[in-house]
Design a protein around this ligand. Structure first.
Ligand SMILES: CC1=C(CCC(=O)O)c2cc3nc(cc4[nH]c(cc5[nH]c(cc1n2)c(C)c5CCC(=O)O)c(CCC(=O)O)c4C)C(CCC(=O)O)=C3C
Ligand SMILES: [Fe+2]
Length: 347
C-alpha cells in the first residue's frame, strides 16, 4: 500500500454558536439554500437560547483537539493539528489559510461524523473544496479519513455508555426494558442516495446498532429510530421520530428505555435538547423509565481511534474494524448528491 506524506491533521466539524448574537447567523449558515421554514429556525433558535445561546459543540471540539494533540505527541505522530467548521467560527477557510501560511501542503481531515451520506460525509468534502477555493493559490490539499461507524474506538465507548445507562434503571423491569438507538433524521431522498449504492447511512447505522447491542445488552430488544427532523413538512424524512416511537413502545407494554445516540460523537445540542429535554419529557409523560447513554466525546479509545485512522493512511496500518460493510479511503464517485431544493410554493 502507498502511504502519502501528509504534513498536517485537521478536525472538521459542524460548528455552533457561542453567544446569543451568534445564533441566527449560525442558523442561516446551516440552512443556506435548503428550504428550511422560518418557523423551524425560530424554534431551533429557542433551543440554543435556552442554553444562553451557547452550543456545547465548539468546546467539545476544543477538548477533542487537545486530546488528539496529546495522543499524537505520546505516540510519535508529528502532524500539527488544526480545526475548522462548516457553519461557525472557527471556519474551515480560516484554518486552511493558516495551514497555507504555515507551509502545509497536504492535510488529513477527521470529520466528527462516523457515517456516509450527504450531510455526514459528502458535505465535508464540499466544505473542503469551498474553503480551498476561497483561500486560492497555495491552499493545501486535504484528504478525509474514512467513515468509522464500525471502528472499535467508536463502538466500544457507545457500548459502555449503554451498560452504564442500564445501571440507572430498575433491574427488576429488565424484561420490559428496550434499547433505542437514535441518529439524526435525514430526508428520505438523501437516505436513498447515500453512498455509491444508496442506503448507506441506514445500513451503517444498523451495523453500528447491531455491534453496540451485541456488546452491551444482547438480551434486550432494540430499535433504530430518528431525531431532530428539520426541513419543510411536505418533504418526507426518515421515520419514526423517537417521540412517536416512545409512545408506541409504551402502548406495547415497554416500561423502560435506554436511548443510545449512536448517530453522534459528542453530547452537542441535538443530543442535550432533543433527547435530554424533549424525548425525556415524552418518556416522563408516558410513565417510561428513561436513561440516555453518553456519546464518545473524549473517551480515550475514541481519541486513540483518531490516531489509528491517521496511521492507516500515513503508515499503511490495516483497518481496525468490527463490521463487514465495505469501507474506503476515497469515496467512490459519484455518490451522495446534495438534496434537491424544494420547489418554491406555487411553482
Ligand atoms: C446527518 C446529520 C447530522 C449528523 C452528522 C454530523 O454531525 O455531521 C447532523 C448533525 C448536526 N446538526 C446540527 C444542527 C443543525 N442541523 C440542522 C439541519 C439539518 N441537519 C441535517 C442532518 C444532520 N445534521 C439535515 C439534513 C438538516 C436540514 C438542513 C440541511 O440540509 O443542511 C439545523 C437547522 C435547523 C433545524 O434543525 O431545522 C441545525 C441547527 C448540529 C450542531 C449541534 C450543536 O450546535 O451542538 C450537528 C452536530
Ligand atoms: Fe443537523
Amino acid at each position: 500500500m502507498d502511504s502519502v506524506a501528509y504534513d498536517a491533521f485537521v478536525l472538521l466539524s459542524f460548528g455552533g454558536p457561542e453567544k446569543p448574537d451568534d445564533v441566527m447567523p449560525f442558523l442561516r449558515n446551516v440552512v443556506r439554500g435548503r428550504g428550511v421554514p422560518e418557523e423551524r429556525l425560530a424554534e431551533v433558535a429557542e433551543h440554543y437560547l435556552h442554553f444562553g445561546g451557547v452550543s456545547p459543540i465548539n468546546q467539545q471540539c476544543r477538548e477533542l483537539l487537545a486530546a488528539v494533540r496529546a495522543e499524537f505527541a505520546a505516540h510519535g505522530v508529528t502532524l500539527p493539528a488544526y480545526w475548522g467548521n462548516r457553519n461557525w467560527h472557527p471556519m474551515l477557510e480560516d484554518a486552511v489559510a493558516q495551514m497555507r501560511d504555515d507551509g502545509v501542503t497536504h492535510a488529513l481531515g477527521f470529520a466528527t461524523s462516523a457515517y456516509g451520506g450527504y450531510s455526514s460525509c459528502k458535505q465535508y468534502w464540499e466544505d473542503i473544496a469551498r474553503a480551498r477555493a476561497k483561500v486560492g493559490p497555495g491552499a493545501p490539499r486535504i484528504d478525509k479519513l474514512r467513515q468509522f461507524h464500525d471502528h472499535p474506538g467508536f463502538v466500544e465507548p457507545h457500548a459502555d455508555a449503554v451498560r452504564q445507562a442500564l445501571t440507572t434503571l430498575d433491574p427488576a423491569r429488565r424484561g420490559t426494558t428496550r434499547l433505542v438507538f437514535t441518529a439524526h433524521s435525514i430526508p428520505a431522498s438523501m437516505a436513498a442516495t447515500a453512498g455509491p449504492d444508496g442506503g448507506r447511512y441506514e445500513a451503517q447505522l444498523t451495523e453500528t446498532a447491531t455491534l453496540v447491542h451485541a456488546a452491551a445488552a444482547a438480551d434486550l430488544p432494540w430499535d433504530l429510530v430518528w431525531q431532530s427532523r428539520s426541513g419543510p413538512p411536505q418533504v418526507p424524512w426518515l421515520e419514526p421520530d423517537i417521540n412517536d416511537h416512545l409512545t408506541a413502545l409504551a402502548d406495547k407494554g415497554v416500561t423502560d428505555v435506554v436511548v443510545s445516540p449512536i448517530g453522534f460523537v459528542s453530547d452537542h445540542l441535538e443530543v442535550i435538547w432533543d433527547l435530554d429535554n424533549e424525548a425525556a419529557d415524552t418518556a416522563a409523560g408516558l410513565g417510561l423509565g428513561y436513561a440516555r447513554a453518553v456519546t464518545p466525546g473524549t473517551d480515550p479509545r475514541f481519541v486513540t481511534m483518531v490516531r489509528e485512522l491517521v496511521e492507516e493512511r500515513t503508515a499503511a496500518w490495516s483497518r481496525d474494524r468490527l463490521g463487514t460493510l465495505p469501507v474506503w479511503d476515497e469515496c467512490p464517485s459519484p455518490c451522495c448528491p446534495p438534496p434537491q431544493r424544494p420547489a418554491p410554493r406555487g411553482a
